[in-house]
Design a protein around this ligand. Structure first.
Ligand code: ADP
Ligand code: MG
Length: 697
């Protein structure tokens, strides 16, 4: 049976060797199975006929029954067009052809009924459809319920007559033979629970839907399938890991109590407490923790990391915190040190620029167990860095580190794999974290500390420069400081640097009374640090910079963030930049400056920033705009290759698929029960595929 689906596509009636080779090249369709999985990406509704009078500007494709009243050739040569007056009993509209006129014109006759299909546009008082599909009305058409699937194809394929309609024909031919051979993939108990269509009916209805209702059921079933097995794979990975690695039991809390009683600088938020509980439960469990901590900028992840560290240290182990950049490592070090000093816990910083002598001391104190917390960059991974007993590894990451890299951190303890807490300040939508981090436990800090004033975000056009400067002057006179940020993108670095310097000069001209700092990527590190330090101390009032300040600066007195060319920044970056202000007690502002000319996407980005400060909501919009793959970068996009599921709209289905996978796993972790036989078969097949894939790459 399996071999049928592996039949090369050239053997399908209507394909042949030439088209087959094109299908291979253009769409990666090699076999019958590949073609069946080339699902329509949308459907055109042919179930409803509209009246001319019902047309409006926002419609996509519609179909209309009517007759041709007259036709007329207008213009000459290349400008020639064919216009047709088309009417039903409610009104008249126009059909227009700009090309293929000689071919279409003779087919258009008065006095017979046609069905016209296309997107209406209004010109003056009349609607018009350019290049509609047009066919004589047949009695069958008048009655049928029909959803026309639309398949993605390419220009090359279209030229060889493999357009969407051709795909539809091929699918129908293939389904005739394939239908009865399509194996069921889900067990009876799940099919019953969700009243699923059988797999073969779902596949058939996806390609040739009988009606809306069956189509929805088919899509539900197919999406569930995809998400279910994806989640099952992640849960199996997690299970293997939990079985392979025991975790050290960390449960002493004397230090913690002492810290709570004497040194806690503020009340923890409910969300912080919840996360600390989750971590503590993991520590006590004897299992090795692998937890992702998501929390927006300013949500207070540092104290959570520190309190987790205290438990680990109290139980006689050490803690490592690894950050992707030196600036971030520095910042984490400063943040943690503030707490550590209060309670007398030793802490050190190790980066590429740590001097040899200091380095040697760190190495020794780590080995002896004297040093409790080590913060650093990749320098932590070096062979010479050895702990006496590493109990907790905290990883701060923007993008997920490779498995190999993390494994190196794990190896820092010979007896136990350390507990791992991954922190990220880039919120990602739930569907995305369930897919990319589905093998981890996830904690979310979804609440900001009380008393924060929401940052006010304003969109301002370039032309209003004077008004903006007036506002900045007023804020600075109140004692605040201001960031002015310019984009810096690799390809046009020169241009951007010029933008930045021009900007700096015009700001210097506009504010002769205030000292100004400038920082950008082309400066020497020492100069950068010097300028940064001046701003931190409040000696300079305005910081003109590129996005180098995106992470790692903490100046509570800076309360205004001006982002120039805001249309050129992505949402995640805008959100990170805005997170640089709103850190003090004063009302903070973010001003997004753009030109009048904005693409639709840029406008959406800016409007989103103005509307909300909620990082998760922003991340959701970002995913809608860019798609999940782009959002996560190439490293993860492979994991996100879905045939039919869509992380942008299928959260409900993904959630129940995950729940189902969890309940199957908890009842039958080895998938040995007869009732889960079909699941086991699928999982084995997936495994085989994964092996092959990894061999190729
Ligand atoms: P992030 O999650 O961005 O790392 P931080 O841990 O740096 O956030 O916290 C941001 C600021 O908020 C810090 O100044 C920190 O001291 C403060 N903070 C954290 N938690 C609370 C709280 N529960 N109440 C008041 N302030 C808090
Ligand atoms: Mg932080």
């Amino acid at each position: 049976m399996a071999s049928f689906f592996k039949t090369p596509i050239e053997f399908l009636k209507g394909v042949g060797p030439q088209k087959a080779s094109l299908l291979n090249k253009e769409l990666g369709i090699f076999t019958y199975a590949d073609l069946l999985q080339h699902y329509p990406f949308r459907y055109e509704d042919r179930t409803k006929f509209y009246k001319v009078r019902e047309l409006h500007q926002q419609m996509s494709n519609v179909q209309i029954k009517g007759q041709i009243i007259s036709k007329q050739l207008v213009g000459v040569g290349r400008k020639q067009r064919l216009t047709v007056q088309f009417a039903d009993d409610s009104g008249t509209m126009e059909l227009v052809w700009f090309s293929g006129i000689n071919w279409i014109s003779p087919k258009l006759k008065t006095g017979i009924n046609y069905v016209v299909f296309g997107q209406p546009n209004r010109y003056g008082s009349k609607f018009s459809i350019a290049h509609p599909e047009i066919e004589p009305l047949t009695p069958a058409m008048a009655q049928q319920e029909f959803l026309q699937p639309v398949y993605s194809t390419t220009e090359t394929l279209r030229r060889k007559f493999l357009d969407s309609k051709a795909f539809f024909k091929l699918q129908k031919i293939l389904l005739k033979e394939a239908y009865n051979r399509i194996p069921e993939t889900l067990p009876e108990h799940l099919i019953k629970q969700y009243a699923f269509l059988s797999k073969k009916d779902a596949v058939a209805q996806i390609h040739v839907p009988k009606n809306q209702q069956l189509l929805q059921k088919a899509r539900f079933r197919m999406k569930f399938d995809e998400f279910f097995f994806m989640q099952l794979r992640l849960l199996l990975q997690k299970k293997v890991r939990l079985e392979k690695f025991r975790g050290q039991v960390l449960q002493k809390t004397d230090l913690l109590t002492q810290f709570y009683e004497a040194h806690l600088p503020f009340d923890l938020t409910g969300a912080q407490k919840k996360v600390i509980k989750e971590v503590f439960a993991d520590f006590k469990s004897g299992k090795q923790m692998n937890r992702l901590l998501q929390g927006d900028v300013g949500s207070g992840k540092t104290i959570v990391a520190f309190i987790s560290s205290l438990i680990a240290i109290d139980s006689g182990t050490q803690v490592a915190l690894m950050a992707p950049t030196q600036i971030l490592a520095n910042q984490h070090y400063d943040g943690l040190k503030e707490f550590a000093d209060k309670i007398g816990v030793s802490i050190a910083l190790l980066t590429g620029s740590t001097k040899t002598k200091a380095r040697r001391i760190i190495h020794e104190e780590l080995k002896s167990g004297e040093l409790k917390i080590l913060v650093g960059t990749h320098a932590l991974l070096e062979e010479v860095v050895q702990f006496q007993n590493l109990g907790l590894a905290i990883v701060d990451e923007q993008h997920r580190y490779g498995v190999a890299q993390r494994a190196r951190l794990w190896k820092k303890n010979e007896n136990f794999v350390p507990h791992v807490l991954i922190m990220t300040a880039t919120p990602i939508p739930r569907t995305l974290s369930m897919s990319v981090y589905g093998d981890l436990d996830i904690s979310v800090i979804d609440e900001l500390p009380a008393g924060r004033k929401a940052i006010k975000t304003i969109h301002q056009y370039d032309a209003n420069r004077l008004k903006l400067n007036g506002f900045l002057r007023k804020e600075i006179e109140k004692g605040r400081q201001v960031y002015v940020v310019y984009p810096l993108i690799e390809e046009s670095e020169k241009l951007d640097l010029k933008d930045l310097m021009d900007g700096y000069e015009s700001i210097a001209r506009a504010f002769p009374e205030f000292p100004i700092s400038i920082v950008h990527g082309k400066m020497k590190a020492a100069d950068k640090d010097f300028e940064m330090a001046r701003f931190v101390k409040g000696e300079t009032k305005i910081m003109v910079a590129t996005t180098v300040i995106e992470v790692g600066v903490n100046v509570p007195n800076a309360s205004v963030m001006v982002i120039e060319n805001a249309e050129r920044f992505g949402l995640a970056q805008l959100h990170q930049l805005r997170g640089r202000v709103g850190r003090g007690a004063e009302q903070s502002y973010c001003v997004l400056v753009s030109s009048y000319k904005l693409s639709k996407e840029a406008r959406t980005r800016i409007e989103t920033m103005v509307r909300t400060t909620d990082g998760f909501e922003i991340a959701q919009v970002d995913m809608d705009l860019r798609g999940p793959g782009d959002m996560m970068g190439t490293q993860q996009s492979g994991q996100l290759d879905l045939m039919i599921g869509d992380l942008r709209e299928d959260e409900p289905i993904l959630s129940i698929a995950r729940q189902s996978a969890q309940s199957v796993m908890s009842k039958d972790p080895e998938l040995t029960l007869e009732e889960n036989r079909l699941i086991k078969i699928q999982v084995e097949q997936q495994k085989k595929k994964n092996v092959n894939w990894s061999r190729i790459s």
